[in-house]
Design a protein around this ligand. Sequence first.
Ligand code: WT7
Length: 695
Amino acid sequence: AISPAHATNGTLKHVSSSAVASLDDSLVRSERNVQYEHELFDADRKFKERALVSSKDKYIAMYNRSLQDPDAFWSEIASEFYWETRWPEENGKVHFENFDVRKGPVKVEWFKGGKTNICYNALDRHVHAGKGDQIAFYWEGNSPGLDASLTYNQLLQQVCQLANFLKDKGVKKGDAVAIYLPMLMELPIAMLACARIGAVHSVIFAGFSAESLAQRVLDCKPKVIITCNAVCRGPKIINLKDIVDEALSISLAHGVSVDSCLTYANEVAMSREKTAWQDGRDIWYQDVISDYATTCDIEWVDAEDPLFLLYTSGSTGKPKGVLHTTGGYMVYTATTFKYAFDYREGDIYWCTADCGWITGHSYVTYGPLLNCAKVVLFEGVPNYPDAGRCWEIVDKYHVSIFYTAPTAIRSLMRAGLEPVKRHSRKSLRVLGSVGEPINPSAWKWYYEVVGDKRCPISDTWWQTETGGFMITPLPGAWPLKPGSATYPFFGVQPALVDENGKEIEGVCNGYLCIKGSWPSTFRTLYGDHARYETTYFAPFKGYYFSGDGCHRDADGYYWLTGRVDDVINVSGHRIGTAEVESALVSHPQCAEAAVVAVDHEVTGQAIYAFVTLKLGVQYSEELRTGLKNAVRHEIGAFAQPAKIHWAPALPKTRSGKIMRRILRKIASKELENLGDISTLADPHVVQELIDLTDV
Ligand code: WT7
């Protein structure tokens, strides 16, 4: 069973801050943004009058209270949910935290001892309040014309049927269930079914390869995996079942067997007859689910019982299993959703993220459903069949809150005005952005063209680890600046810290850290609490370190400037350089590889790989393709390098450390100031690499 086990020895044997690079690279971005610090975009009076938080003064009053008395602040909000047993308030405290590695194991608890269930709060609670006939999901398929919907009543029934199936297969509280599904309604249904019975879901984005899926299965050892046979994405058909079969045989070879593979027959993409099948293990979803009862008892769980695991990339090593627990996550995702999107009854909300990432957990599934929102789920991609698809969907469902990623905005921007103007978009009220810093020109296009200058943009900064929004505008409460996530959410204390771990005040650039916990703080890295402490709490003692660089301007606005560790952000997907390097090195002809990020017009960053071949191997285009395929095979297509740069050798210091700073400069063709290369073991390498740029 999965539990948020904490290290007990209290002392860290190995503390490294190697994950922290210099701020230089990320600062280049903020320089570019300086001119926008004085450009303010305020909501109109009518918007402000109706807004949940209608002025900066009101925000400040609430924010101050959230810091002065976090217990009172959050327990008041938590009381709006259903608790089977209320959390005990010992001396008025609802949370416990130790964020300082010097004071023993890092440990966070919110509402511990309280018993609740997030599925009950997201579904049953609304049904009991007479809202069962309201739409929960509008599902829009990959091809226009293919759609479906579920009311809260229907959703609850389907969740119960699947929950009963899982119980029948022996899944108990604390057991892991792997979910490898595209954006069908069965994906959030599966998450909620797990939550209902206290099982821990581990959703694996359906773009991951068999190797990656196997790695995650081996780590969390699920009893059941839920998948589908195939899916249409844009013009392509992806055979998911073959990937699952391969992953499960890899897992089996490593001693982990998964008893049941529940497979949804997505016959639009592939017939049952064509699907590879293993009798005894594989079960067609549609063959069994309707036999189960449409009601299912709730498993009341402790606020601190695990809700889910979600793997994410770091700068080193294998993916980390970020573990979130129930109570604090529930309270925080619901509250951030409500305030950051100025949510009110009647809103139709559409977030384009996939449930395979944290955004789809917190702001497709839990946050919106906990607010009884009407949610659009989209199976497809933003530019299929054409660049007008998003706005067609906005008009079709009268979407009022639209939440997407800068990469999507930039790719739609390239298609020009016509695909946008062709659709009315008059239902839109609030826009959102997430996943990477949004460049001011994309921000302005989003604001002026998509939102017709009437919709505030919530640029929400957060992470898989934080569970919910950390720095975000509250629509209407204060003026926006293009490219700034503005101010911290209630209860969040950002701190900008310098190289020496000293907090810096006022206008400055620094490493973005957070002081003190918030309800949806991740509690551990599954199976490796020491890595949790080392990665996030050891670099700056007493703080949570985000891995991002940040600038604070004279008005106190926060401007995220990008990762300062070796994490690359491609289209909002977080990819560790070490993972890509190890995938490249898995190719039999690759001796060594070093991966850096370069800026990219649409995807934000792109992966640029320097590859040293084994002795005697010749450069060839075929080999380039082979290397890219190695990454597709080990991680997934989304992590494929955009460029392979042949490297007779890599620039290393005398102690053998690869100088990525130099590689970054060569990759982005900034050859004027390569900096000091005299510390290299062999400075000639640099010119050799430059000469090979276009080979
Ligand atoms: C990293 C977290 C959080 C959901 C999606 C990604 C970057 C995310 C923003 C933003 C600037 C952002 C950061 C962060 N990031 N949102 N609004 N402005 N940067 O989750 O995969 O955990 O990645 O995404 O670099 O550390 P994730």
